[in-house]
Write a new protein. Structure first.
Ligand code: HEM
Ligand SMILES: *[C@@H]1O[C@H](CO)[C@@H](O)[C@H](O)[C@H]1NC(C)=O
Ligand SMILES: *[C@@H]1O[C@H](CO)[C@@H](O)[C@H](O)[C@H]1NC(C)=O
Ligand SMILES: *[C@@H]1O[C@H](CO)[C@@H](O)[C@H](O)[C@H]1NC(C)=O
Ligand SMILES: *[C@@H]1O[C@H](CO)[C@@H](O)[C@H](O)[C@H]1NC(C)=O
Ligand SMILES: *[C@@H]1O[C@H](CO)[C@@H](O)[C@H](O)[C@H]1NC(C)=O
Ligand SMILES: *[C@@H]1O[C@H](CO)[C@@H](O)[C@H](O)[C@H]1NC(C)=O
Length: 504
């Protein structure tokens, strides 16, 4: 099921534009929001060539039943990716909110099962997750057993390497974000309709604190620096029926609380089983500045034009070319056919018979983003699955204008609405950011930080290995290309917990 964004958008506008408000208004309120969720005839999920196909409903159901996984209890966004509006809210009146959580929100929550087949996909996906402050507002007294979640992301600011909170969205640095509603669809109109309908149902039990609109870019699947994203997500036992070559196969418990492989299960309350921690980060990307850096520092190598040298530098910073082709398999030039082939584009370990794994950076720098956050063979085989995260983010902000590109300076904010799910944030996201990406001595002494997401609290970053002709050459990055605007740690509960615990 390869769905091209452009045709999908057109189809959706034609098929659904007249439906949302007019047609639905004639239905009784309960049917609008409850048992009669309107269904669609074309998928709302994007599926660029470079990304693995989603399992068919049949394959996923079979895998889930073999692994004892209840896909009906798991919120849909956890295992999939799409476009969305992040609606951060504060619970203004918990007494009023609780019954509405059960009667108005729960019936609209999209499960993993529902997303797998176009015939069961809603017009607009709704998922919900709560911060610790939100759970506290709901009088949930059992601890989720994770200190970083309990303290909130702001308390983690130095752990994550953010240079203070001055760049943070003020709402993330405040105390009022109790939860996030994630709306996903293929048109802004669909999302706006879903938001206003839910807002009127919830009345003044909640207030909107902040929102961020994510939108797929014109080249589906790319982030704002222009690289295909979402290629390498783990294959979850019980969901991914047939892992692709090189895909990180992880037990369900690495992503879902309380499932096999969740090493922290004993610390979590029973109601949290099949939920997942949702790490949200608004990561601003300085695209003209990044492009200028590449233009100004092309890798100089026989047979490469300046443009090719700049492209190679960018690819080595990420570890993949814009097409998604890994530099480990395509070390000198992009290979779009490789990038677009999910059976080949993730099939590498950084290990080669003609290269010493611990010293040779000819193919891929140790500091490359994808090698920092998933070192594959660098840490030995088999890989430790405890570090895996399920990324489900989406770009936000406008495309770079011609004027902006010419000025080499970002004038309008854009970036990545980073979303990652895992059963233990300290093993997953926090570890990848702090112990790996921000650590100049990982995986080997002196290699430098991750040139994409690595942060030394704003200080300049010295990186080795970017020049394939001589790994002794150091590259100094005087500025960061990604500015953290903050975020929050949330918990995406299983649907059953809403009934059993959160709404009572
Ligand atoms: C704006 C910020 C970011 C950008 C532009 C970015 C970009 C990318 C790109 C282009 C890829 C390669 C495509 C793929 O394998 O799916 C990738 C992979 C990945 N990124 Fe990021 N990323 C960002 C932030 C982060 C953060 C904050 C983390 C976690 C701390 C992270 C973790 C990962 C992981 C785990 C992979 C897959 C590695 C693999 O399995 O080979 N990324 N990212
Ligand atoms: C929360 O608990 C307190 C103390 O038991 C109680 O007074 C209050 O009504 C509860 N609030 C909600 C929304 O359940
Ligand atoms: C909160 O909601 C409850 C139930 O709707 C209502 O009785 C109460 O007056 C509200 N409290 C405030 C402060 O508005
Ligand atoms: C994956 O890589 C291995 C080892 O390099 C190779 O033997 C195999 O043919 C590759 N698989 C595909 C589908 O390319
Ligand atoms: C490093 O690896 C490359 C390609 O894998 C190989 O051609 C080269 O000979 C290696 N360099 C050294 C010094 O072994
Ligand atoms: C932008 O950067 C490019 C590459 O360094 C340079 O050629 C150009 O003059 C710069 N433009 C401005 C307005 O500084
Ligand atoms: C890199 O540095 C090491 C250690 O100083 C040295 O042995 C090696 O020859 C250098 N390599 C190159 C290509 O300059």
């Amino acid at each position: 099921m390869k769905i091209r964004l452009s045709s999908k958008l057109v189809a959706a506008i034609v098929l659904f534009s007249g439906l949302a408000s007019g047609a639905l208004d004639s239905l009784p309120a309960f049917q609008q929001r409850g048992s009669q969720k309107p269904k669609r005839t074309s998928s709302l999920l994007i599926n660029p060539d470079a990304q693995p196909d989603l399992p068919t409903a049949k394959a996923a159901t079979a895998a889930a039943s073999a692994a004892g996984l209840n896909l009906d209890d798991i919120q849909g966004d956890i295992l999939q990716k799409n476009q969305e509006l992040f609606y951060f809210f504060s619970i203004a009146n918990a007494t009023a909110f609780k019954p509405k959580l059960a009667s108005e929100i729960l019936p609209l929550i999209t499960t993993t099962t529902e997303l797998l087949d176009v015939s069961t996909q809603p017009i607009t996906v709704l998922n919900i997750a709560f911060s610790q402050r939100g759970l506290t507002a709901l009088n949930v007294t059992t601890s989720l057993g994770d200190a970083s979640f309990a303290h909130g992301q702001l308390a983690d600011i130095s752990t994550l390497g953010d240079p203070g909170s001055t760049n943070w969205v003020p709402q993330f640095a405040g105390t009022s974000v109790h939860g996030v509603l994630l709306f996903a669809s293929d048109t802004v109109d669909n999302i706006n309709d879903a938001v206003s309908s839910l807002e009127s149902a919830l009345g003044d039990s909640i207030t909107k604190v902040y929102s961020l609109a994510g939108a797929a870019r014109p080249v589906a699947g790319t982030e704002h620096f222009g690289f295909q994203d979402g290629i390498s997500n783990p294959a979850v036992t019980g969901f991914t029926a047939a892992p692709l070559p090189g895909q990180f196969v992880v037990p369900a418990g690495v992503i879902l609380v309380g499932e096999t492989g969740d090493t922290s299960a004993s610390a979590r309350p029973a109601w949290a089983k099949d939920g997942s921690f949702l790490v949200f980060r608004q990561l601003k990307q300085l695209v003209p500045e990044f492009n200028k850096f590449l233009a100004d520092h092309p890798i100089v190598e026989d047979g490469l034009t300046a443009q090719q040298g700049s492209d190679l530098l960018g690819a080595r910073m990420v570890g993949r070319w814009k097409s998604g082709a890994p530099v480990d398999l395509a070390p000198r030039f992009d290979d779009p056919a490789l990038g677009a082939d999910p059976t080949r584009n993730n099939n590498f370990t950084f290990s080669h018979p003609d290269a010493v794994l611990t010293t040779n950076q000819t193919r891929c720098p140790f500091a490359a983003h994808i090698r920092k956050v998933r070192p594959r063979a660098d840490l030995g085989t088999p890989e430790n699955t405890v570090r895996a995260i399920m990324r489900s983010g989406i770009p936000y902000g406008l495309e770079v204008s011609d004027e902006e590109a010419a000025s080499n300076t970002t004038s309008t904010e854009r970036g990545l609405a980073f979303v990652a799910y895992m059963s233990n944030p300290s093993n997953g996201f926090r570890f990848l950011q702090q112990a790996w990406a921000n650590n100049p001595n990982f995986a080997h002494a002196g290699v430098g930080v991750d040139p994409i997401i690595g942060s030394l609290v704003g200080a300049e970053r010295v990186i080795t290995g970017l020049d394939p002709t001589n790994s002794n050459v150091t590259t100094t990055l005087t500025t960061d290309f990604i500015i953290s605007r903050g975020g929050e740690y949330f918990f995406s509960p299983p649907l059953s917990a809403i009934t059993s615990t959160l709404s009572v």
